[in-house]
Structures are given as C-alpha cells and as structure tokens.
Design a protein around this ligand. Structure first.
Ligand SMILES: *Cc1c(COP(=O)(O)O)cnc(C)c1O
Length: 451
C-alpha cells in the first residue's frame, strides 16, 4: 500500500531518476559537486509507516532508528517527526540524537564499551541503556542514583549462529556482543544479576544485520523471550517488563523490490514467538538499514574513462570514501549501478563491460567490477542505488577527500513528469574544514616540544 498523497505518485525508481536529472540540471551534481548523497524523504516516510503498520495492534512498542545507519541530524529529525525513537552507541550519536530532538526517554544507548562518563550522562538524562555484559551491570549499579529514570537492560547473545556475512553476525558462539548465554554458568549469572538489581528490567538482543535470515533472527529473539520468562518465574515477580529485539532486517540490494518486508518480519516473529506480541512485554526495535538503504542513492560524475590491459575503467568520484564496505568486501556488499548521461537522463545505447572506480589512491578502489552498462564517457554520471544507510552518511576520510554533500528530495507527480525539490542535509566538507581536522591548530607542534 502506498501512503503517498497522490493516487498515481511516482514509484521509487521514477523518483530517483527524476532526482538525478534535476540534480544535474541544477548543478548539485556536476563539476562543482562531483559526488553527493541523496535521501528520498517520501520513501523514508513510507518505510517508517510500513514498520508501524507491521506492528500495529501490538501494545507498547517503541521503534527506534539505529543512528549509525544514517548519522545526519536532519534525517534523524525527520524520523523523530515520523514517530521514531533513536538507538545510539557513542557519545557522538547521543549528541546528534539529542540535537535532532529525540526526547531522552525515546533514546536507547547500546555500545560494547561505554565509559563511566557515558553511563553517568545517560543516567542523568534518563536515556535507556543496555549493558553489554555483567561487569557493566556492576558499573551501572555503582553509578546509578536511586531515583534514576533510565530503563536499564542487559544485552544477551543467544548464540544461535551467524548469517552469510561474518562481520555482520552478532549471535555467533564467539561474538563480542552481549552475555554469551550458552557458555557454562552464564545463564545462572544473568539470573543472579537480575535478582540482585530490581532496576534491571529489560533484555536486549540484536542477532545480526545484513546476511541474517528472518528465521535466525526470530530464533535469537525466541531465546531471549524464553530467558525473560524464566527469570520472571524464578524471581516470582514480573521484573523484566521489556524486550529490546534489535534491528537487522536485511535489505535486498539486487533490485527495486523491498524484500523482506517489515510485515514478513512481524509474521515470522509471531510464528516463532507467539507470546512476544501479547502485550506483557514492552517491545523496542532498532532498525537501521531496512528503513533507509532503499531511500537513498549516491550520484557521481565520471571524470575520465580509460582502457588498461583490456579492461575498461570509468574513473568516478564515488569510491571507498563513500562506499567503504563495498570497496573492501565487494562480494558481501555488491551495489547496483546506473549509468546516466551528461544531461542526467538514463543512458541508452550499446553496453560494455566496465569497472566503476573511485578517486582514492589505491588500486582496489573499485565500487563495481565488470558491469555490463551503457558505455560511460567523461561528463556522464553513475548512480549507486540503495545507499541511503551506511554509505554517504558514514564517509571515510582517506586521501583527505571531503565528506560529500547530502541532499534530501521530494517528488510530486506533475503534468510534465515528476517535479523535484531539494533541501541541503549536509554541506560538502570545505578545504578549511579538512585542514582544521588535520591538526592545523597544532601545525608547529612537532617542531617545538614544550620544555
Ligand atoms: C547496528 C545495530 C542496529 C541496526 O542494524 P541494522 O542492520 O541497520 O538494522 C541495531 N541494534 C544494534 C545494537 C546495532 O549495533
């Protein structure tokens, strides 16, 4: 179901094509802005609505957005306005979540390495925290004022196994996250911690991200639910009142289809853990990629093309600085690439096998290998689809390349095709800023050490 106000509102791919054409026509993409990220705000609103819809009828759900997936204040503010809370995992993420306008009571702090100072601050603000381990529970116990408003939970690792991407699998036997539940004595120690600390009222599990199946995620949540039931039974009181079931719904990067949907996820959970939705536990979710990935793209200018040893290469401005995971793990994170002409319209014409390379000075800086695309030329553009999460919002400072600009866009159906409006989300990083972040204020520091 589309929630757009127009009965014949443009589809996602039509909106992206319109945004590319308009970005080129207005110069947002071009010589002075050779790479930029774009966020489809109508798409974001639709995705949030689909999430709420999937859990409609379940009492007491707080849907938080995992800030690391799109750490941009205006994007977070849009999500806050759409009724989301926010999951943060560092002082920086907490700061931008507050700046975006999330109420502290709708923020959840997860991180495997919280300092005492971070814990104090979260407790002072009333932000919920999930302790990563039992030592952290002790630390929170020693810092927690007796009237603290923060909900405190404990992250567990149900050790149900990994998905297809090792680095994204957080519920393997040896994952660094949470209390490894199946380790000898671990369950007993968790029960003891809950017995000792009546303010410990939540269990948290985030089974994995991209590459994990719905069944695997549901199995991990099922384990967590059963642990909550067991603890409450053993303690003879309903101490655990909330379950934070994490995020991790995978995204289809192969084509336009949203798959799996939030509705499919909710159905899988309902089937695997029937008691989860009956209202006895407040639920918290922490989705990131599944809300934003398909609602953003990267556009980049083709600066040159060349042939080398029989290989055709397009040298573009989108490389590892904005598509880091894809460059370093191309098999785990393949991206669809679109070829657009210098007029910003999709290119037609005979196709050719080409590599799409970036601007970074290392040979492996290639965002797509051996793609069959209409032949790219100097002055054309490439689009990296489905990059609304963890790509342009999370740049890498290699080669002192600037953080690319980010724009939000809205499209409306019109008589001559969709019209597009842009809003700046983040300016491209200036050279002054690059120098400042490179220690300019300490330029002489290594010439004259203080005596
Ligand atoms: C990264 C992360 C998420 C979000 O994961 P997605 O795959 O983007 O949905 C949620 N919870 C925790 C604890 C995380 O580390």
């Amino acid at each position: 179901m589309s929630l757009s106000p127009f009965p014949c509102a443009p589809s996602s791919s039509v909106r992206v094509a319109a945004a590319v054409r308009h970005a080129v026509a207005t110069g947002l993409l071009g010589e002075s802005g050779p790479v930029a990220g774009f966020v489809d705000t109508d798409g974001v609103r639709d995705s949030v609505a689909a999430l709420h819809e999937a859990f409609a009828g379940v009492p007491g759900v707080l849907h938080t957005f995992a800030a690391k997936a799109a750490s941009l204040v205006p994007v977070l503010r849009l999500l806050a306005e759409c009724g989301m809370g926010c999951e943060v995992a560092s002082p920086g993420e907490l700061r931008i979540a507050l700046d975006a306008g999330f109420a502290p009571s709708r923020i959840v702090l997860d991180s495997p390495a919280k300092t005492r100072e971070e814990i104090r601050r979260a407790l002072a603000l009333g932000v919920a925290l999930n302790a990563d381990n039992l030592d952290e529970v002790d630390r929170i116990a020693s810092l927690r004022p007796s009237n603290a408003a923060s909900v405190v939970g404990l992250r567990v690792n149900p050790q149900v196994g990994g998905g297809s991407i090792g680095a994204m699998s957080t519920a393997t036997a040896t994952s660094k996250f949470g209390v490894a539940l199946r380790d000898p004595g671990a369950r007993e120690r968790v029960v003891e911690a809950f017995a000792a600390h009546p303010w410990l009222t939540r269990l948290h599990a985030h089974v994995g991200s991209q590459g994990c199946s719905l069944e695997l995620i549901a199995a991990g949540i099922g384990e967590t639910y059963r642990l909550a039931e067991e603890i409450n039974t053993l303690l003879g009181r309903r101490q655990i009142t909330g379950l934070d079931i994490g995020g991790g719904l995978p995204v289809n990067f192969a084509d336009d289809e949203v798959r799996p949907t939030f509705a499919a996820y909710a159905a899988a959970l309902r089937a695997a853990v029937p008691g989860l939705f009956d209202g006895r536990y407040e639920l918290v979710t922490e989705f990131g990629r599944s809300l934003l990935a398909k609602n953003g793209f990267i556009g980049a200018l083709v600066e040159y093309t060349k042939d080398a040893g029989g290989r055709r290469i397009a040298l573009t401005h989108a490389g590892a600085q904005t598509a880091t995971r894809t460059v370093f793990m191309p098999d785990a994170w393949p991206l669809r690439v679109g070829a657009f002409g210098s007029d910003g319209r999709p290119k037609a014409g005979p196709s050719l096998v080409q590599d799409i390379a970036g601007p970074c000075c290392f040979a492996g800086d290639v965002v797509a290998h051996a793609r069959d695309l209409p032949e790219l030329r100097e002055g054309d553009y490439v689009v990296l689809y489905d990059t609304g999460a963890y790509y342009f919002s999370t740049p890498w400072a290699y080669n002192s390349l600037p953080r690319p600009a980010v724009y939000g866009f809205r499209t409306e159906a019109g008589p001559d095709g969709p019209s597009v409006r842009f809003a700046a989300v983040r300016d491209a990083q200036s050279l002054d800023s690059i120098s400042a972040e490179s220690g300019l204020a300490h330029a002489d520091a290594l010439l004259h050490f203080p005596s």
